[in-house]
Ligand binder design. Structure first.
Ligand SMILES: [Zn+2]
Length: 155
């Protein structure tokens, strides 16, 4: 499905700052703006009050459209993770090993945030490990700029 977001189509990546996140994409711009203030914000439905993750224009629970980005505690539990030792993209070569993860937020464990675990021994990670947010820059060798992002450490 072609649209104005052609740079997201596999094989047609045209953003010079790839693989940095596109902080201007309206669906997630508030998420990145929150991270820049050291604040983890998640969209919550104005109709039923449930968190809406991933960000969607219509609430899957009540079908309401309005929503607000609200701060959450940054506490959660480790839902899943992997230790990446092989960089599939050259920009990640300096980062391996690193630990992409899904963190279930305390406010709603159904909200599973894609993130990275940092400052931890990967061998000591465990399912449901309590974790807490920290804000770190996403940066890549050879790519201009960096983007502050919520990452997690063992609590
Ligand atoms: Zn709703």
């Amino acid at each position: 499905m072609a649209d104005e977001q052609d740079h997201r189509i596999e094989g047609k990546i045209t953003r010079a700052q790839f693989p940095l996140p596109d902080v201007t994409w309206p669906a997630t711009a508030e998420f990145w703006a929150g991270a820049a203030r050291d604040e983890l914000v998640i969209p919550r439905c104005d109709g039923c009050g449930r968190f809406r993750w991933y960000p969607k224009p219509e609430c899957p629970a009540c079908a309401a459209e309005p929503y607000s980005w609200v701060p959450v505690s940054g506490r959660g539990t480790l839902f899943s993770w992997v230790v990446v030792t092989h960089p599939f993209l050259p920009q990640f070569a300096d980062l391996v090993p690193f630990v992409p993860a899904l963190v279930a937020l305390d406010e709603d464990p159904g909200v599973r945030l894609p993130t990275r675990m940092v400052d931890c021994d990967p061998d000591a990670l465990a399912f449901d490990l309590p974790v807490t947010v920290t804000f770190r820059p996403i940066a890549f060798a050879g790519v201009d700029g960096s983007v502050p992002a919520p990452m997690f450490v063992p609590a």
